[in-house]
Design a protein around this ligand. Structure first.
Ligand code: LHQ
Length: 261
């Protein structure tokens, strides 16, 4: 698929998606939603991709739904259908992707753009970035999985307050709250985000994928269920080349070379 609204680049086992509608702070129109879903799927299917990096072109990460495109939409499509057909599929693809996703949050992440950032696994934010649940400004509730993802990251009180005030939360406060993993100077963001993604891509990525599955499943499990599932997944990891390599490297006092198998 040739993309019009995103860039897709592959470098040393890292696929990078750049949301690319900078004049609208990378607001999502239907094309950008469809292309981002397709690119995440492509990264999932490609055996040579072991980590996904996602960022925005220009000064924003994403300002969420393109409101002008939404006003001009086919009126037979309800908001619920728009979500089910678009953002829900995107969030499911990201959360279900058994490869780590690094979001390089370069600027404002608002509305559904915040949801996309939250659906990544590791957020590296520029000191110029901010997070905003813009929904209530247009009389809506948070969507794109935010009601599920955000209280789990920062707790109900902060998440609910972000939703009802729609205030911009600067990167430093977001880090303090546990919404981002680290904040870096804007000028170094992409260098650090690429280094993070390349480092992860050289790791035991089968185990990284299984860890994501175990932790995501745990949210809906009892301790007993989580222990059972964890033992099952560890059987899978325990049969991997990476497990053999990791143990061998430790005993031989050398650096391991992981393949993701
Ligand atoms: C935009 C947008 C935008 C279009 C900036 N659309 N043009 C799901 C299902 C169904 C329905 C609706 O929504 C959803 C999910 C959602 O995401 S709802 C929330 C939608 N997003 C928003 O409400 C955020 C709207 N944007 C803003 O409040 C501001 O742009 C923020 C605070 C993000 C950034 O402010 P500034 O840094 O001051 O930038 P700006 O406002 O000047 O924006 C730059 C340009 O981008 C500007 O265009 P212009 O032609 O005047 O230069 C904006 O109109 C355009 N833009 N966001 N979402």
């Amino acid at each position: 698929m040739t993309y019009q609204t995103i860039l897709y680049e592959l470098r040393d086992s890292v696929a990078c998606i750049t949301l690319n509608r900078p004049s609208k702070l990378n607001a999502f129109d239907d094309t950008m939603i469809a292309e981002t879903i397709d690119a995440v799927r492509q990264a999932g299917r490609a055996a040579d991709v072991r980590c996904l990096l996602i960022t925005g072109a220009g000064r924003g990460f994403s300002s969420g739904q393109d409101l002008s495109a939404f006003v001009d939409r086919d009126e037979n499509v309800t908001v619920g259908e728009h979500l089910r057909h678009g953002y829900h599929r995107l969030v499911r693809e990201m959360v279900g992707l058994e490869k780590p996703i690094v979001a390089a949050v370069n600027g404002v992440a608002a509305g559904a753009g915040c949801g996309v950032a939250l659906a990544a696994d590791v957020r590296v934010a520029s000191d110029a970035a901010s997070f905003m649940l813009a929904f209530s400004r247009v009389g809506l509730i948070p969507d794109s999985g935010i009601n599920w993802l955000l209280p789990r990251l920062i707790g109900y009180a902060r998440a609910y307050e972000m939703a009802i005030t729609a205030e911009r939360v600067p990167a430093a406060r977001a880090a303090e709250w546990g919404m981002v993993n680290r904040v870096v100077p804007a000028a170094q963001l992409m260098e650090i985000a690429w280094a993070t993604a390349l480092h992860l891509a050289a790791g035991p990525t089968l185990a990284f994928g299984l860890t994501k599955r175990a932790m995501m499943h745990s949210f809906n499990q009892t301790l007993e269920e989580a222990l059972t599932y964890e033992a099952y997944l560890q059987e899978v990891a325990g049969r991997s080349d990476d497990n053999r390599e990791g143990v061998g490297a430790f005993l031989e006092k050398r650096e391991p070379t992981f393949t993701g198998h």
